[in-house]
Design a protein around this ligand. Structure first.
Ligand SMILES: NC(=O)c1ccc[n+]([C@@H]2O[C@H](COP(=O)([O-])OP(=O)(O)OC[C@H]3O[C@@H](n4cnc5c(N)ncnc54)[C@H](O)[C@@H]3O)[C@@H](O)[C@H]2O)c1
Length: 437
């Protein structure tokens, strides 16, 4: 890290946020080296002084853990409570990460106070409801996703302005804002050059083409960024991230108490991790539709590294919103299923697609700007598959196999198609040991 910075990690208890918080803390964002606690203590009561002294602060309302309870499911890996995680980190490394239990979407006053107190150099914003299937489950989940994600992002931007702290906002967006139709060419990083009626040349945000309520919230976030950047000069980097796979990074793998969460269920389990879980159980890999969907992928270790790069390369004062495609490579879903099948001998099974989406698409994505900053993508490889397979094998007794199947449908037509597909679903025979659990 180029210089020690004060960083808030919103959503730092989550799948991407936790390894990122450790990565940033590991890179030296712990102020005690620069500003000994003793000096801080003289100026303020203990609690405030400790907060000021910490360079990485996680802000999370633990809503993801509550959604686990709502869905009757849990991270495959047993994850410890935030306090236990942070104590373990301190015990192992001597570094302090602070934790604020705060809802960024509904507790604006607390958020503003935190911004004014910490005056962070950067805020990394992961704190959103991130599962497209969950966002399509029903009216309750659709409304929650919009309220939570859009209000959270807006509260953050308003608080940056009120705190007047020149904070750089690094937001986790998604490749899904571009849509997953075949665009006929390479998807650029955020902007396209266009000729407007009358022949004027312009550079505009790539047209938004979301495929779920969740993806729509990320498009709405992008408009908020554009406005606050233009109106208030807020510096923003929006990272259009691909599907994250893997479980642990070298840091979360240091101790069981630091283990990262691993979602395998039909709502939160991302495709590659879900397939690896099914392979560990020896149950067919469930491919939706023809499996012709092409998507961008990135390993969780790269997520943390990319965020560090984004923090170290903020846009200059007066510059527009910076956008990077945070993607290592693109792959077709059925090719991934085939790769895992041939590795494990577990066959794939094609189910009616619960999603309203193009059955087949091409995806050609530029990540040139990110690579120019030094991003060296980790590609899907057997060694990393082994890491996930070790985890899935180790904890497979914690898996509730029925939860792997799709549980949310994009619309009535897709739900009916799944019903008609009931036979194919029941055809997915679970091994006796698994079925009897
Ligand atoms: N996981 C992926 O494959 C992926 C892909 C592309 C983009 N992203 C984006 O990265 C970000 C993080 O994803 P993740 O996989 O770590 O998700 P996650 O659900 O594991 O983590 C999100 C965290 O934010 C917290 N949170 C949510 N709403 C909050 C609120 N109002 N106030 C405070 N905390 C709140 C949750 O409790 C959770 O700990 C998301 O914004 C997501 O859209 C993830």
């Amino acid at each position: 890290m180029s210089a020690s910075k004060k960083i808030l990690v919103l959503g730092g208890d989550g799948f991407c946020g936790w390894p990122t918080a450790l990565h940033l803390s590991d890179k030296g964002h712990d102020a005690r080296r620069r500003r000994p606690e003793k000096r801080a203590k003289k100026r303020a009561p203990r609690a405030r002084a400790r907060r000021r002294a910490a360079q990485v602060t996680i802000v999370d309302n633990l809503s993801r853990r509550n959604i686990d309870t709502e869905l009757g499911c849990d991270s495959l890996t047993p994850i410890t409570h935030p306090e236990v995680r942070l104590e373990a980190w301190k015990e192992l490394t001597g570094k302090t990460i602070h934790f604020e239990n705060l809802d960024v979407a509904t507790e604006y006053d607390k958020l503003e106070l935190l911004m004014k107190t910490v005056r962070p150099d950067s805020v990394v914003h992961f704190a959103e409801q991130r599962a497209a299937p969950y966002s399509q489950k029903g009216a309750k989940q659709k409304r929650y996703t919009v309220d939570n994600n859009v209000c959270g992002t807006h509260n953050l931007l308003a608080a940056v302005v009120e705190a007047d702290c020149n904070t750089h906002v690094v937001h986790l967006g998604t490749m899904g804002v571009y849509g997953y139709g075949t665009s006929g060419g390479e998807i650029p990083e955020g902007y396209i050059d266009v000729i407007l009626p009358g022949g004027r040349e312009s550079k505009i945000l790539h047209p938004a083409y979301p495929g779920s309520v969740y993806h729509t919230t990320k498009c709405l976030d992008a408009l908020l960024f554009q406005f606050y950047n233009k109106n208030d000069g807020v510096r923003v980097t929006d990272l259009h991230q691909g599907i994250v796979w893997g479980t642990n990074t070298p840091l979360t793998g240091m101790d069981e108490r630091l283990t990262n969460r691993f979602d395998y269920d039909g709502d939160y389990g991302t495709v590659l991790n879900r397939f690896l879980m099914q392979a560990a159980l020896g149950v067919p890999l469930t491919v939706y539709g023809t499996g012709g969907q092409t998507r961008g992928f990135i390993h969780v270790t790269d997520t943390a590294k990319c965020i560090e790069l984004a923090i170290n390369n903020p846009p200059a004062e007066g510059e527009g919103v910076e956008i990077f495609n945070q993607v290592a490579e693109t792959r077709r879903v059925r090719d991934i299923a085939e790769m895992i099948s041939s590795n494990t001998g577990v066959p794939a099974r094609f189910l009616a697609n619960p999603r309203q989406e193009a059955a087949e698409n091409e995806l050609d994505v530029s990540n040139r700007k990110f690579r120019a900053l030094g991003f060296e993508p980790t590609l899907l490889n057997d060694k990393l598959f082994e890491e996930v397979q070790d985890v899935t094998n180790k904890y497979k007794d914690r898996c509730i196999p029925t939860k792997i199947l799709p549980a949310s449908f994009w619309n009535k037509k897709r739900a009916l198609a799944a019903e008609a597909d009931g036979e194919a679903r029941s055809d997915i025979k679970l091994p006796e040991a698994v079925a009897s659990r």
